[in-house]
Structures are given as structure tokens and as C-alpha cells.
Design a protein around this ligand. Structure first.
Ligand SMILES: [Zn+2]
Length: 292
């Protein structure tokens, strides 16, 4: 994690639950921790005037939270018609099957193992539910299966754990790759430049109103870390574990060395190819996010 005060576009002072844009309402899950910040943001999306809603990331398997999400939608006359997942980490997805049972909906995700029903999600897909349009944006890096959802009518993007509302995120063991993550940040930056996206609806933490500034900050943070790695190698640190322990000495958090040493395998060498192929998502192997 980095200094929260340095993150651009954070005007809402930690106000999390409730309406964020014309089409997005957050229901904060009761799972706060060092890993999940205030808890997981479960997003209810709906076109104004429509009686259908899409829920992104039902969150942990917490019966009270899942029922609260359903009740929040129903209180405004909405019926949940579809459930989507930004990725498979349990703080986002563990409640999906139960939520689907409560609402009678399908679950769509990039990873086939997370789906309920026969429809997945892929780059370029456009979901239209009750007049609400969502465009699927692949943003691997935090995990191999990470997606973002572009909500063009609100000039907003739901980023899951790819961009958080506070601090920076982790490229997670076992399948996160930093090279992929940098490409994904650039993809999000082009959304802000070319498509006018200004609002980030993150998977954790408050809504951000300066999407371009936040993405630029994330890219600068990673460039700074890469420069530190190059210096560490020049200074004689040889193994990934030695380099990570040195570079991340300011981040005292168990698990970071293992997580980060894995993640660096995806970093392209100057003028060369990545150090290793992205790993396939594995349900059994998933770890919760560890901010580093
Ligand atoms: Zn995650």
C-alpha cells in the first residue's frame, strides 16, 4: 500500500455505501481488513426507469450481505437480472453461487469455473440489460481473469481490484503478472483519454473522480518500483526473493515476498520477451489480495 493521501481523485472522504453515479449504487460488504480496505464494494447497476438490475461482485459468502443487496435493489423497484464477476478472488466471488440462487440469475465471468449458466465474458462483449449498457474490458494483471466493466452512459469504469479507491493494488500470486498489469493500466488510460471516462468505481475503497489521474499515478508507481528493481540488481541482489525483500522493505506485510517474486515473472525485459507466460487461473490456487 502507498500513502492514501497521494492518490488523485479521492474527494468523497470514505463515503462508500449508496448511489455513486446515476446508474451505480454500492452496497459495502461487511468484510473490512488490511487486504480488503473498508470491505468489498458490491455494485448494483441499472438504467434509470428500468426495473432490471445487474450486480457486479456479490462479495463474500455472507448471507446477510447477499440479502441486503437483493433488498437494496428491490427497495427501488429493481429486480436483479444478471450477476457479473470482475475476478475470482473470494472476497468478490465466494457469495456468487448463493446470490445467484437467491435471485435466480446466471453468473458471468471470464473464468469458466466461476460461471453459472453457459455464457461467459470476453473482450469486446457488450452487455445490455434493461437498457443498461456495459462494455467488457479485459484487465489481466492483478489476476489472469481480471475484467473491468465500462459504463459509458455514466463515463465510469468498474475496476474490481485492478484499481482500488485507496492506495495501490497487488499483482497477486499465483497468476498475476506485472507485464499484463501495465498493459491493462494503459488500456484503462485510453478509456479515460479516448472515451471520456472520469469516474472509477473500484472493488474496494471510495469512488474516484479523476480516473486519468489515478491511472497515471498507478503507472508512475509501477515505473518507480521497476527502477528500484533495476537498481537492486545492479547492487548485487540476485534472486527474486532477495530483490523483492530489498525493494519492498518499506512494505512490512507477510506474503509480499512470495507474491511479488511470482508477479515479476511477467515483466518484459527491455527489448525482450516476458520472463514467463501468464499462468492459468486456478480456483484452488487463488489467494486473497495482498497489497504490496
Ligand atoms: Zn482480487
Amino acid at each position: 500500500m502507498t500513502d492514501a493521501a497521494a492518490l488523485p481523485g479521492q474527494p468523497r472522504g470514505g463515503v462508500l455505501s449508496g448511489p455513486a453515479t446515476a446508474r451505480a449504487v454500492n452496497v459495502l460488504a461487511p468484510n473490512p481488513s488490511a487486504m480488503t480496505l473498508d470491505g468489498t464494494n458490491t455494485w448494483i447497476l441499472s438504467e434509470p426507469g428500468s426495473d432490471l438490475a445487474v450486480v457486479v461482485d456479490p462479495g463474500p459468502l455472507d448471507e446477510g450481505h447477499l440479502r441486503h443487496v437483493v433488498a437494496t435493489a428491490e427497495r427501488t423497484g429493481k429486480r436483479v437480472a444478471l450477476t457479473l464477476l470482475t475476478h475470482g478472488h473470494p472476497d468478490h466471488a465466494a457469495g456468487a453461487a448463493r446470490f445467484a440462487e437467491l435471485t435466480g440469475t446466471r453468473v458471468r465471468a471470464l473464468d469458466p469455473a466461476l460461471r453459472l449458466g453457459d455464457e461467459g465474458l470476453a473482450a469486446g462483449d457488450v452487455i445490455t440489460t434493461g437498457g443498461l449498457e456495459l462494455r467488457i474490458v479485459p484487465t489481466p494483471g492483478h489476476t489472469a481473469d481480471s475484467l473491468s466493466f465500462h459504463l459509458p452512459a455514466d463515463q465510469a469504469v468498474l475496476t474490481g481490484d485492478t484499481v482500488l479507491g485507496r492506495g495501490t493494488t497487488v499483482v497477486a500470486h499465483p497468476d498475476g503478472r506485472l507485464g499484463d498489469y501495465l498493459d491493462s493500466l494503459r488500456r484503462l488510460r485510453s478509456l479515460t483519454v479516448d472515451d471520456g471516462v472520469h469516474t472509477v468505481l473500484p472493488g474496494h475503497g471510495p469512488v474516484l473522480e479523476d480516473a486519468q489521474g489515478v491511472v497515471e499515478y498507478y503507472l508512475a508507481h509501477r515505473a518507480h518500483r521497476l527502477a528500484q528493481v533495476e537498481t537492486a540488481v545492479e547492487d548485487g541482489y540476485r534472486t527474486p526473493g532477495q530483490v523483492v525483500a530489498h525493494v519492498y522493505a518499506d512494505v512490512v506485510r507477510p506474503g509480499c515476498v512470495r507474491v511479488s517474486a511470482s508477479a515479476w515473472r511477467g515483466v518484459p525485459r527491455p527489448g525482450g520477451s516476458p520472463r514467463g507466460p501468464p499462468g492459468a487461473a486456478s480456483r484452488a490456487g487463488r489467494s486473497p489480495p495482498v497489497p504490496c
